[in-house]
Design a protein. Sequence first.
Length: 567
Amino acid sequence: MRVIALTTALLGLLAAYLVATVRTADAAEVVVSQGKPTTASSVEWAGTPASSATDGNTGTRWSSAFAANQWIQVDLGATTAVSSVKLNWEAAYATAFTVQFSTNGTTFTNATGTLRGNAGEQTIAVTGNTRFVRLNLTERALAIYGYSLWEFQVFAGSTTPPTDPTTPPPAGGATLLSYNKPGAASSEQNDVNCNPCTVPKAFDLDPATRWATSSTTGWVDPGWIYVDLGATAQISRVELQWDPAYATAYKIQVSPNASTWTDIYSTTTGKGFKEVLNVSGTGRYVRMYGTTRSSAYGYSLYDFNVYGTGGAPNTPPARPADPTFPATNLVWNDEFNDPAGTKPSTAKWTYDPGVPQNGEVQYYTENSNNAQMDGGGNLVIEARKEASNGREYTSARMNTGGKFTAQYGRVEARIKVPKGNGLWPAFWMMGNDFLTGRPWPYNGEIDIMEVLGRNTTEGYSTLHAPQYNGGGGYGQKYTTPGAADLSQGFHVWAAEWDSKGIRFLLDGTQVFYASKATVEATRGPWIFDHPFYIILNLAVGGDFPGPVDASTPFPARMLVDYVRVYK
């Protein structure tokens, strides 16, 4: 969980989740939960047992006692490779919950970060081998009631990958028509609070930029934005990725002339986040016409993507092909096999000196005291109790910015972390556009490994983006099997990353899966489809790990056996 700022001297750093149409179960998927033993933390009354949620009958439901912390779980009968969970909530849905897995029905691990439900259907992409699937419910939409589910379905089997607009469609298929096309809006915001949040930002395929209605003219209804497709088109799908300032009531309209409009979709129950609308209409212009706002603010869209045939489409930039895992083509590595005392190669790494944020108390130096080889095949990043630049401690941070970036693949490192209050080792990645001026968190951050020295039986893997960052980052805290101490030996942390999501692994075992479809539908835009560079550092103190104390050992050492990237 990092907050970071630009450095002036180097390329490095100063320091630093709905809608019913998320994804429908593919025909190849099968329900593996129906009729299976289902239990819950409580039931409201005998007429709403836990088994009603897995009976395949949408006229029966499970409901809990009227309390916040509840759960419901299904026993699949055998360990199963699951692919998605589909929920059909009553009005008493969860505004905060996680999907959890277990092989024994006793010890559960989170398969998702914290999610938000919605009244109606909700589909969540998950991946992993499990026998028990649990919903751990922690926050209610209706505080005077409990939770209520018509159906709780678990699926296994293959799924249809989400549409990637940069992938050419099959013959006769829908094409992205709106990319980099001109448009207009009722107003647009371009001030210190949103600069710029202009019309083109809704059509640029950049999920970190957005259009918003103007605050200076007042956030009023209606609010609208349209795109000119350049020629008449047959529209088959519209995708909206909303900012929290979304429309609860709006229409999708088409027009031949941007003057006379025809409705092809209308709703009064918009839920924000990502909405995928299957529509049918003909026109050159396509408009989102909002009539009721979700809040006192206006309307704002990260993406307004229109698909169909015809028009005069622009070709989006191509993205790299998804790797096939296990990835075996080694494209970059550092084995740290240099003689003792040798500093890390400046052909591969940039030192990142300076004073960090996050309340950390060290000064990052370029000294070999803080980063050097030990002669045994390891890089040693050492935090020392010594004064430098007004700080009482020194340490090192190094990154591959300007030297190596990756988009997709397996990024891994074998690391031994230090133990001690206030120590904070990390192996992470930053969006490369940070180095060209895009501020954090709009560039994106992928924390593959963070461990807090005060409890080295736990680790963290987290994503940071405009809608989820800092303490609200989308991620997972996990405990090692048997509460093994991570500081007692080397462990391999890895991220397997493609256009559909990121799998985080510890010693080959998945500890968290961030699904792009789930994030877009429950947290906000997915901003991880571009190049990132790698960072290694050992921080001292700060808001996340807490302070050092008399028991903290110094010097403290983070050992890195290797860093490798496979495609």
